[in-house]
Design a binder for this molecule. Sequence first.
Ligand code: SF4
Ligand code: SF4
Ligand code: SF4
Length: 284
Amino acid sequence: MSAPTLHSHIGHGAEHAKAHHGKPKLAVWKFASCDGCQLSLLNCEDELLAVAGAVDIAYFPEATRAVVEGPYDVSLVEGSVTTPEEIERIQHVREVSRKVITIGACATAGGIQALRNFGDVAEFRSIVYAHPEYLSTLSRSTPISAHVSVDFQLRGCPIDKGQLLEVLAAAIQGRKPRIPSYSVCVECKRRGTVCVAVATGTPCLGPVTQAGCGALCPAFSRGCYGCFGPQDTPNTASLAERLRVLGMSEVEVMRIYRTFNAASEPFRRESERHERLVEEGVAP
Ligand code: SF4
Ligand code: SF4
Ligand code: SF4
């Protein structure tokens, strides 16, 4: 998706907000994550000056050591909850924030680290670390919305910066963000990209994945692997059947649903269904 200017998103709304309440205070928080979504904000380059002009960047350790005390008008939260300390910290974030917006697959679905939810975390810990007894970790990685109420969830791994600017502008203006919930297939059709599933039989999760990336992978002749998570009402079972016709085994279908958004409800349910089929020996 191309990134429109922040001014085009905010327009007079920000001026109105500033005139009446001063600049809205923005905080950016990190939980269990790779920092990639926060970097999307830093990568806004030219837009960053507009962001800095439109909001008071009050708390953003990735970008500045200066800290302005809360409460905050808007909190962007990256990352999932994976430790007991994080459960307490997210309660604090909620208490000091007027709006909480989660950004990225980690924060909205538990992220790649939610693969632990399908296994035994104690076993993983003992294999990976020499002294697992020093670690304090939860058995599951959960999205922020499993712990506190969230005002908006922005998908992607990483998020799209154009969408981030739209969500920020909407939060400042007090309106609903214009973020589509339809599938990547719609974006493919709009840009005139040849369907890789039809043309070359390449497995693609586009039909069940939420739009937002501009159909990036199909544009490079690759199948979508679902990094924006499930679209509204995805028919995961129907697509799974198609993936089987394209030559994927049950194990491969289970795995394709089990990546960055493995713990999102529709993808989790579908991957577990295929896991059961494999365990029951119904299919290879
Ligand atoms: S969603 Fe992806 S890019 Fe964003 S923090 Fe998580 S792993 Fe990194
Ligand atoms: S390439 Fe994938 S996302 Fe694009 S139209 Fe085909 S199935 Fe849908
Ligand atoms: S994996 Fe799918 S959602 Fe993610 S960038 Fe590629 S096409 Fe877009």
